[in-house]
Write a protein of this length. Structure first.
Length: 278
């Protein structure tokens, strides 16, 4: 995963209540060592972002994420092969991911799904891998974290056919109100990244305004999708602050109330309190 370069946005004023960044990529943000992970999390804490889920992109990233989650109590992990990486997805990858998925600080299987924007993996390979990850999430009893790019209908079709796990999160939700309704009707959770703050994303903003409180998460997808007004600059977990505040304005609610609700959602969806107490 390519690292973003340039000047980071300023660290904003601390949120009135802490919030969880439900999807980030600490390795792509430049972290390699425990000290570098701690530095990013300390910066996030200044903005009121007190925990993060760092998400795998490929097998090497999955190993790194699972290990990084043991370096700092504020870090949890999700493991999977990104759909664009699935052209080579054999027994070795399945065995490694199944082992990593059992680790207590790995709280989700992701990101997995379908990506029809990039032509890096055949659709048939993506579908096969997606079905396998769905089964893995059900076997280990952990949330399924969806990557959906230009594949809304097929994502729902596969989930309906295979039988969705009890908890499904659409990472970086990109649909309109109609698609949001279809997801929420199935009990799925929608996680909003910096794109929801873009003023030209009116259909997405309409969906974010409507989604019920208990179906909402916030994320950065750092180092990508830096929120308005810093679009194009490197993203980090602390920037979830900007997205949370924008969502609160969009939904006409108090930021402290929204942050508290989103934090409770993250704790429920990913079992964060259970992990912390184990």
């Amino acid at each position: 995963m390519t690292k973003r370069r340039g000047e980071r946005p300023p660290v904003p004023e601390t949120l009135p209540a802490p919030v969880v960044d439900a999807h980030t990529h600490l390795d792509a943000c430049g972290a390699e060592t425990p000290e570098q992970v701690r530095e990013i999390l300390d910066r996030a804490a200044l903005a009121g972002v007190d925990r993060v889920i760092t998400v795998a992109d490929d097998l090497a990233s999955a190993h790194w994420a699972a290990e990084a989650a043991t370096w700092d109590d504020r870090v949890f992990a999700a493991v999977a092969l990104h759909p664009t990486r699935t052209s080579a997805f054999g027994d070795a990858e399945r065995t490694a991911l199944a082992e990593l998925a059992e680790r207590p600080r790995v709280v989700a299987i992701g990101e997995t799904g379908l990506d029809y924007y990039w032509d890096y993996a055949p659709k048939s390979a993506q579908h096969e891998a997606f079905r396998w990850h769905i089964d893995l999430a059900k076997r280990v009893g952990k949330a399924l974290m969806i990557h959906d790019r230009d594949a809304h209908d097929d994502i729902l079709a596969v989930l309906d056919t295979e039988g969705a796990p009890s908890t499904v999160v659409f990472h970086c939700f990109s649909g309109d109100l109609s698609f949001a309704r279809a997801c929420v009707e199935r009990g799925f959770v929608l996680s909003f990244a910096g794109a929801v703050t873009f003023r030209n994303a009116q259909a997405l903003r309409e969906a974010a305004r409507w989604v019920p409180d208990d179906h909402v998460l916030v994320e950065t997808d750092a180092p990508f999708l830096t929120p308005h007004p810093y679009r194009g600059r490197p993203n980090e977990p602390y920037c979830a602050n900007y997205t949370l505040r924008d969502l609160a304005t969009l939904r006409d609610v108090d930021p402290a109330d929204l942050a508290s609700k989103i934090t409770r959602n993250a704790e429920r969806i990913f079992g964060l309190r259970d992990v912390a107490e184990s």
